[in-house]
Design a binder for this molecule. Structure first.
Ligand code: FAD
Ligand code: UDP
Length: 364
């Protein structure tokens, strides 16, 4: 077994964590990625002006999993960072997720915690069962807040109504009766001190790991002799789209540098639920703490075509995924892991958890 040779497809979180785990136990591992860099969608780089940016949109690390945070801490130091977001409605910026201050600013009402709970109780439209993202939001905050903050953002982001998406999508966003305006409340919230790419380089820096970039699995799948494959790309592509395409939502990222402007916006991200073709603008210096005389921002424009970024959580898509998953189970010498291969709306920490579990299974 120690002479076994593994091929790993994809150098993102899923592929890199499995690669490292197996190499640490004496296996030889070859990692390929069709992109010219490691890191998958978490890849970051200095733009032409020297500002550290995330090529594929803002990535903020947060987890409640101490084991996962400790694991990644082997490969990076951290900079504490708590992400904050505002949502723009009728030209005004409001704290988002919705909290007591959002209500105060929107409706001019001063409430204590119990008062905010009573407010939500009064405006909510109880739904039972809660199946869709529309159910989630109407059930917790009612129609006015739904229409102001959720309906159009969701239509833009997914090209679907909240009623057409599973509950889990909107359930990512909490509703608060306190005035906590952080986007996440996880125990560990931090950014890799020298960026994600450096962390991935450290993870893959091992005598038993080789990395080859700019290589598409489709071009080499019959050419590389191996004992096992770990596949982290889209599962439908692996099987030649045999049952038809699984929908993945894509984005176009519009990066911009603003010379001579130290701060563009007050918080890391501003969401635009009702205006513009983009969903949100992120200013990277908030996330990284970098000091620079200019600043760099990114706008995210959702689209159907393009690189696959999000699985689309709907019943019918999950049914199609299940059919591919059956094929995957029969593929004895291949492990499918990651956001695209498992068709799950995973955050980075969840992918690390899934990859650690996959490596453990592989090692018996
Ligand atoms: P990926 O990072 O997609 O890696 C898969 C790799 O496989 C890619 O590099 C791809 O090029 C390669 N590949 C695919 N097919 C082939 C092939 N045929 N041959 C060779 N290589 C191939 N998570 C958070 O926790 N916090 C955030 O703030 C956050 N923000 C996000 C913002 C955006 C815009 C997006 C899209 C995602 C965000 N995420 C965030 C989620 C995070 O990006 C993912 O959970 C994580 O990167 C998934 O890792 P992965 O290894 O499964 O997949
Ligand atoms: N959402 C919304 N309005 C917002 C922010 C989010 O309606 O201002 C909904 C939308 O459906 C989105 C989902 O909540 O896709 C999850 O948001 P999150 O910020 O977690 O998305 P991600 O960062 O993964 O793109």
């Amino acid at each position: 077994m120690s002479d076994s040779f593994l091929l790993i497809v994809g150098a993102g979180f899923a592929g890199s964590v499995v690669a490292r785990e197996l190499a640490d136990t004496g296996r030889r591992v070859h990692v390929i990625d069709k992109r010219p860099h490691v890191g998958g969608n978490a890849y970051d780089e200095h733009d032409a002006h020297g500002v550290l940016v995330h090529r594929y949109g803002p990535h903020i690390f947060h987890t409640n999993g101490e084991r996962i945070f400790d694991y990644l801490s082997r490969f990076t130091d951290w900079r504490p960072y708590e992400h904050r977001v505002r949502g723009v409605v009728d030209g005004q910026e409001y704290p988002f997720p919705i909290n007591r201050d959002t209500l105060t600013q929107l409706y001019g009402i001063e409430l204590d915690e119990a008062g905010a709970a009573a407010f939500f109780e009064q405006v909510r439209e109880p739904r039972d069962p809660i199946r869709t993202s529309e159910d989630v939001v109407l059930n917790s905050v009612g129609r006015d807040l739904y229409e102001k903050f959720f309906l159009n953002y969701t239509r833009k982001q997914w090209g679907l109504d909240p009623a057409e998406l599973k509950a889990g999508v909107a359930a990512r966003i909490p509703v608060r009766t306190n005035i906590d305006d952080r986007y996440f409340t996880d125990t560990f919230q931090a950014m890799p001190l020298h960026g994600y790419t450096r962390m991935f380089e450290n993870m893959l820096d091992h005598p038993l790991i080789t990395v080859e970039l700019g290589v598409d699995f489709q071009d080499v799948r019959d050419k590389i002799a191996r004992d096992h494959t770990v596949y982290t790309g889209p599962i439908d592509a692996y099987f030649g789209y045999r049952f038809g395409r699984l929908p993945y939502r894509s984005l176009r990222f519009e990066h911009e540098h603003l010379p001579g402007l130290e701060r563009f916006q007050e918080t890391g991200t501003i969401n635009y639920p009702n205006d513009h073709a983009y969903t949100r603008i992120t200013e990277f210096k908030h996330l990284t703490g970098q000091v620079h005389s200019g600043t760099s921002i990114v706008r995210e424009y959702p689209q159907a075509e393009g690189d696959p970024y999000y699985p689309v959580p709907r019943e019918e898509n999950e049914a199609l995924f299940k059919r591919y998953e059956e094929l995957a189970k029969a593929e004895r010498d291949v492990t499918f892991v990651g956001r695209l291969a498992q068709y799950r709306y995973y955050n980075m920490d969840q992918v690390v958890g899934a990859a650690l579990a996959a490596a453990k299974r592989l090692l018996g």
